[in-house]
Ligand binder design. Structure first.
Ligand SMILES: Cc1cc2nc3c(=O)[nH]c(=O)nc-3n(C[C@H](O)[C@H](O)[C@H](O)COP(=O)(O)OP(=O)(O)OC[C@H]3O[C@@H](n4cnc5c(N)ncnc54)[C@H](O)[C@@H]3O)c2cc1C
Length: 378
């Protein structure tokens, strides 16, 4: 592995730094995930796309630039280090459409998703199917050239602001549970959809309950073949858990260096108490960066993300929870975070990191069985 930029990458990085210096929004930014935060994030998405900094590794015909995934990582890295708002995450829903969708579907859905014109949500989890996602019971019954969908999703992030949804539903209840799932996409303003926001501990609603009552979806809006839903879901989750988050690492590194500076000024006794925890956070962030770089070098060789992305997710969770707790408990938290973030929100949101995208326990099981090859429990 060579972690240094080549000439092209270095000049790309320096162009991006100048662009960020000129275009980074004026702080403070809305730090929560409410309506104001969503409007702000969408405007930033469009600005980054028009600047030419999004979809670098996406095919040119669908609005991307056809470059290596390393360029996406440089964008994440620089944006995180600059303190700008996070890079919009479109890849985890876009990549599966790219892999399983027809050229017509890719042409219709991907360019507006990338440009930030249409926002998408992910309708996977249900009240009875989270970790055991394959048990999902939202039904889609084929009726001529359309499916009739009935059921309920939950924890659907930003469904209340989204234009489109990528849904997992059961189309073949007669088949074993992993084989009877399909993926449909549809507009969120279609008749038969009710969205109920769920207010979260930080006061705004990021996620929602979504109910389907005889929602009609044309067969032409099924992504992949009937029964491809499970493999498509694993593609979504591998991208969601993968190295896209490198931007969070550079943000964490900035926070760590501020913490170190604060630590140096503390009286001896306080410093001795805090130092082991700063060291723990430092180790967590450093381990995370190394592993993410390893995953990236696999992407750069053209290999799709697999179960090893669960290691990225576990390390990212540990880093964000170590830092989140440390910053929250530090009296100088505003100095560590800068003017854009709020320590309580950072702390509370870091607690959710061990749940979204698959829980800590599920990631450990994936690592044990599919990365380390350990036997399944009885
Ligand atoms: C902030 C946030 C945003 C989210 N956004 C979305 C979204 O946009 N779309 C979406 O579809 N979902 C979303 N989710 C839902 C998320 O994917 C689920 O919460 C997660 O998969 C866990 O499912 P669950 O909540 O049903 O918990 P459960 O599956 O009921 O798990 C409860 C506990 O039991 C443990 N457990 C369960 N099964 C096992 C097992 N086999 N072995 C060991 N331990 C086990 C779990 O680790 C957990 O600790 C979001 C969640 C959060 C927190």
């Amino acid at each position: 592995m060579n972690f240094r930029d080549g000439n092209d990458e270095a000049s790309f990085r320096s162009g991006l730094r100048s662009w960020l210096a000129d275009n980074k929004p004026e702080p403070p930014y809305p730090s929560n995930h409410g309506k104001e935060g969503n409007v702000f994030a969408r405007a930033w998405h469009r600005k980054m796309y028009s600047g030419g900094w999004l979809g670098l590794s996406w095919p040119v015909e669908y609005g991307g630039r056809g470059l290596s995934p390393l360029y996406d990582a440089i964008v994440n890295d620089e944006v995180g280090a600059s303190g700008a708002p996070p890079v919009p995450s479109v890849g985890f829903l876009g990549r599966p459409i790219l892999r399983f969708g027809t050229p017509e579907q890719c042409g219709e859905y991907l360019p507006p998703m990338l440009r930030g014109e249409l926002q998408w949500c992910q309708g996977f989890s249900e009240p009875g199917a989270g970790s055991d996602l394959a048990s999902l019971s939202t039904r889609a019954v084929l009726d001529g050239d359309r499916y009739i969908v009935n059921g309920q999703k939950v924890w659907t992030s930003r469904a209340q602001y989204s234009d489109w949804c990528l849904l997992l539903c059961r189309t073949r209840p007669d088949l074993p549970k992993h084989k009877g799932i399909s993926c449909l996409v549809f507009k969120m303003d279609s008749p038969g959809i009710t969205v109920r926001p769920l207010r979260q501990v930080w006061g705004t609603a990021e996620f929602n309950e979504v109910f389907f009552d005889d929602l009609e979806v044309p067969v032409s809006q099924r992504i992949g073949e009937d029964g491809d839903g499970w493999i498509l879901a694993t593609t979504v989750l591998a991208h969601e858990r993968g190295p896209a988050d490198i931007g969070m690492i550079s943000k964490f590194e900035v926070m760590l260096s501020r913490l170190e500076a604060i630590l140096a000024k503390l009286p001896e006794q306080e410093r001795a108490e805090l130092a082991p925890r700063v060291a723990e956070a430092y180790t967590a962030v450093a381990a995370c960066r190394r592993h993410v770089l390893k995953s990236l070098s696999l992407r750069a060789q053209g290999l799709p993300p697999g179960p090893e992305t669960s290691v990225d997710k576990l390390l990212m969770t540990r880093a964000s929870q170590c830092l989140g707790a440390l910053v929250f408990e530090t009296s100088a938290s505003e100095l560590v975070l800068g003017e854009n973030d709020d320590a309580l929100f950072e702390y509370l949101h870091s607690r959710a990191a061990s749940i979204y995208g698959g829980t800590e326990q599920i990631q450990r099981t994936i690592v044990a069985q599919r990365v380390l090859g350990m036997p399944r429990g009885g």
